[in-house]
Design a protein around this ligand. Structure first.
Ligand SMILES: Cc1cc2nc3c(=O)[nH]c(=O)nc-3n(C[C@H](O)[C@H](O)[C@H](O)COP(=O)(O)OP(=O)(O)OC[C@H]3O[C@@H](n4cnc5c(N)ncnc54)[C@H](O)[C@@H]3O)c2cc1C
Length: 461
């Protein structure tokens, strides 16, 4: 079986390697660097920067632990260099995986000619035609930049340019208080930039519950990050040394830069989709069936190109499912438990339904919660803000959960498993959790669903 993949992000490269492992002869076409958005301008670089700001914060608070360090400061240039080193090491890793799995990397811009042929235009202008039995489209997404914001990559930037800034701007207006806006907003704030976040919805992290977002708002306010919610932008004016933003309520903001983080859209430009007969939905996603096959037999699509959450772990999972389907394994569907993670301080992690989603769907539910403040490990490491919240249905099955606090994104795995397998709070809460660890907060929250948390402070006066 010959397979051609276009796009070597997490969706494309994991599909390519899985198909090769299953015996396919695989070619993968990439116009930039392997690893896609996630590795080069997304997940990995943002988290590498945040790791540096975490070290800075810990170092600034060292005295609380009896450790003294009089000369703590951050050098953004060196932080960026470290980030680049992390990225290039991982890029090399993917290239090595391609070689060791006999996946053939073809450099250039790919486009469809028909259901079996991909044409690749190389940097030197030469063109190659790749003929295969099956094709996978995994060309990802790009930032949304409406014209009114006058995006120029210098004064009005997206996350892509933000990740390469070598000196922190004096001030920055972050438009969009979603995951990327919150992560980069807090990072630059800690680098010394005065940050204002403008969010159209009533709260930042608008898809999460209010109590979850409030925890992050509390920390942002402590750090003097200004948050303006329920407000949109009506005008952007780029001046000599400043950008002036007029909000819908008439308020005027000025800053050195704007960071646009209002979302991303599928990127299928130049793929020739219409000519080949591939259907696209009104939002520009490629339409796929439960097997991730497009409207043209033998052509599959995954990741940010299709209408599933724009997340690297979703793209990877879909890549693996598509590879198995292309190789005749008939794997269907995505999984119901998709983790959602925000790597701010405190971290925010959630899975399954929120309370507001359960209410909207009319699902009767109960909750249990536990504050990190009451936990030995949280006190030991000096990170006491946040809580675990569990949401169960009438049968005690965990249908959703959120964690705000230290290592929330790693801790979520246990609750993702609970939602995935439909475990009850009673069954999961019966598991012994090691002491002293942060995972005990999950156990206590599970017990709290039945009013049996030993360490939760409840006022029964
Ligand atoms: C700042 C930021 C932070 C993020 N953080 C996280 C996070 O912490 N966790 C998380 O899960 N997700 C995160 N994401 C989202 C994540 O990066 C994407 O969901 C993921 O990369 C999508 O994978 P993909 O394979 O669909 O596409 P991409 O990773 O976008 O890869 C597509 C690839 O296709 C190539 N390509 C496009 N067109 C062509 C063509 N015609 N020919 C050849 N090659 C082509 C591109 O160059 C690119 O390499 C973040 C995104 C951003 C922007």
């Amino acid at each position: 079986m010959k397979i051609t993949v276009i796009g070597a992000g997490p969706g494309g490269y994991e599909a390519a390697i899985m198909a090769a492992k299953l015996g396919a002869d695989v070619k993968i076409v990439e116009k930039n660097e392997v690893g896609g958005t996630c590795l080069n301008i997304g997940c990995i670089p943002t988290k590498a920067l945040l790791a540096s700001s975490d070290v800075l914060t810990t170092s600034l608070e060292a005295e609380k632990f009896g450790v003294f360090n009089d000369n703590t400061y951050a050098d953004l240039k060196q932080i960026i260099e470290r980030k680049d080193k992390v990225v290039s090491g991982l890029v090399k890793g993917i290239k090595f995986l391609f070689e060791s799995n006999c996946v053939n990397l073809v450099r250039g811009i790919g486009k469809l000619i028909d259901s079996k042929t991909v044409e690749v235009k190389r940097g030197d202008g030469s063109v190659e035609k790749l003929v295969s039995d099956k094709i996978l489209l995994a060309t990802g997404s790009i930032p949304i930049c409406p014209e009114m914001f006058h995006y120029d990559g210098k004064r009005v930037i997206t996350s892509t340019e933000a990740l390469a800034l070598k000196t922190p701007p004096k001030s920055m207006i972050v438009i969009g208080g979603g995951v990327i806006g919150c992560e980069l907003g807090q990072f630059f704030n800690r680098m010394g930039t005065k940050i204002t976040i403008v969010e159209m919805a009533d709260q930042i992290l608008s898809s999460e519950d209010e109590d979850v977002a409030k925890q992050l708002v509390r920390q942002f306010k402590r750090e003097k990050i200004k948050i303006l919610t329920a407000n949109g932008v009506s005008d952007v004016n780029i001046q000599d040394s400043n950008v002036v933003v007029t909000l819908k309520n008439g308020e005027i903001l000025e800053a050195e830069m704007i960071l646009l983080s209002i979302g991303r859209c599928s990127y299928s430009k130049g793929l020739n989709l219409e000519e080949v007969g591939i259907k696209i939905d009104p939002q520009g996603h490629i339409e796929v069936d439960g097997n991730l096959e497009t409207s043209v037999k033998g052509i599959y699509a995954v990741g940010d190109l299709i209408n599933t959450p724009f997340l690297a772990h979703v793209a990877s999972k879909e890549g693996i499912i598509a590879a198995e389907n292309m190789m005749g394994k008939a794997k269907t569907g995505l999984h119901k438990a998709i983790p959602r993670c925000v790597y701010t301080d405190p971290q925010v992690a959630a899975v399954g339904l929120t309370e507001k989603e359960a209410q909207k769907r009319g699902i009767p539910y109960k909750t249990g919660s536990f504050d990190f403040r009451a936990l030995g490990k949280a006190q030991i490491i000096g990170k006491i803000q946040g809580q675990v919240k569990i949401i169960v249905d009438e049968k005690d099955v965990v249908i959703g959960a959120s964690i705000v606090g230290p290592e929330a994104t790693d801790l979520l795995a246990e609750l993702t498993m609970a939602v995935h397998f439909g475990l009850t709070a009673e069954v999961l809460g019966d598991v012994i959790h090691p002491h002293p660890t942060l995972s005990e907060a999950i156990m206590e929250a599970l017990h709290d669903v039945h009013g049996k948390s030993i360490n939760k402070v409840s006022l029964r006066l």
